[in-house]
Design a protein around this ligand. Structure first.
Ligand code: ADE
Ligand code: ZN
Length: 350
């Protein structure tokens, strides 16, 4: 579906404020559940499971969240995930994310989880699946947030390990809409996972992959050509190739961009340098997402408000970004239509 034009809405050229951004019905398509583990819940789970953390206070945790690149973040991120042990832990993690999202006007989520981070610690994949999906179902029933769950393979591990994970996930395939690829990008190109992605496609799953976050533009091309992705996660390094930008625009290939993550992981020095709105204006189907909100200092709404504050994002641009998030999701065409009408109704009232 091509992007929608909102240049004729009321006050289209006004900078979008927080109330407007909260009221926009939005989807979140790039969110790692393990990255939504707030320090408070981490301490609670550590106590519940008798685990000693390397931090004593919330202030110490926040001080440690000072990253110089993706790897320095991932090292702490995997350490923190150690507090997640039981089905209830995974439920509590997911539920907390859904409650926050609900307050921010999110109506649909397609979160990621990394089963290998847990199975490699001896936790049964069923514990992870059951805790997360029970919370997602409750979110749908009690908060009205629809969902599709995405299982990510860790790219710093071999493809055989990804195959083993796909095998373990077989009894739970009806719990997921697709598979993704995350963790350390540079040196682990899409090509490394082409066979397991082919197997996942053969099982009727969608595919997405992190590409062009720290890795080169070529990884974005390879994710499309070798992994048949329906969306590219991050993808911001497409700015290095005008031909690639044109291809992304022509093919309506969605990018799940994470502005705050990019600044906190030093892809950009400052939000004012972020290219998301330039890509939007060039016709690329960009969307806004939080990535790992508890580590990067803000959930989805904060990612939108930062764009207003530092890039002067207008109401019309914000509406396009929200529409893109709904159009780029894996919901049915019928539900997409309903959600777009909800967005248009909201815009008519503002
Ligand atoms: N896992 C969690 N967040 C990630 C990111 N931003 N890039 C790659 N892997 C991740
Ligand atoms: Zn990510």
């Amino acid at each position: 579906m091509p992007a929608l034009d909102f240049s004729d809405i009321k006050h289209a050229n006004h900078v979008a404020d927080e109330d407007f951004l909260r009221a926009l019905p939005k989807a979140e398509l790039h969110l790692h559940l393990e990255g939504s583990l707030e320090p408070e819940l981490m301490f609670e789970l550590a106590k519940r499971n008798n685990i000693t953390l390397p931090f004593q206070t919330i202030e110490e945790v926040k001080a440690a969240y000072n990253f110089s690149n993706l790897q320095t973040f991932l090292d702490i991120y995997y350490q923190c995930a150690d507090v997640l042990r039981t089905e209830q832990d995974f439920y509590d993690l997911t539920w907390a994310y859904l409650e926050t999202s609900h307050e921010e006007g999110v109506i649909h989520v397609e979160p990621f989880f990394d089963p290998q981070t847990h199975t490699d610690r001896g936790i049964d994949i069923g514990v992870v699946f059951n805790g997360i999906t029970r919370a997602l179902k409750d979110g749908d029933e009690k908060l009205g947030i629809s969902y599709g769950l995405i299982l990510c393979f860790l790219r710093h591990l071999p493809e055989e390990a990804a195959f083993a994970t796909l095998e373990q996930a077989k009894p739970y395939l009806d719990h997921i809409v697709g598979v993704g690829l995350d963790s350390s990008e540079v040196g682990h190109p899409p090509e490394k996972f082409k066979n397991v992605f082919k197997a996942a496609l053969g099982l009727g799953l969608k595919t997405v992959a992190h590409a062009g976050e720290e890795g080169p533009a070529q990884y974005i091309i390879d994710a499309m050509d070798m992994l048949s992705v329906s969306r590219v996660d991050h993808g911001v390094r497409c700015t290095e190739s005008e031909a690639l930008i044109q291809r992304l625009a022509n093919e309506d290939m969605p990018l799940t961009v994470c502005p705050q993550s990019n600044v906190r992981l030093k892809v950009y020095e400052h939000m004012s340098e972020h290219p998301i709105l330039e890509l939007l204006e060039k016709g690329v189907m960009v969307t806004v997402n939080a990535d790992d909100p508890s580590f990067f200092g803000g959930y989805l709404l904060k990612n939108y408000t930062e764009l207003s504050e530092h890039l002067g994002m207008t109401r019309s641009q914000a509406a396009s970004l929200a529409a893109n998030s709904l159009l780029a999701s894996f919901i049915s065409d019928e539900t997409k239509q309903e959600y777009i009408e909800e967005l248009e109704d909201m815009l008519a009232k503002w």
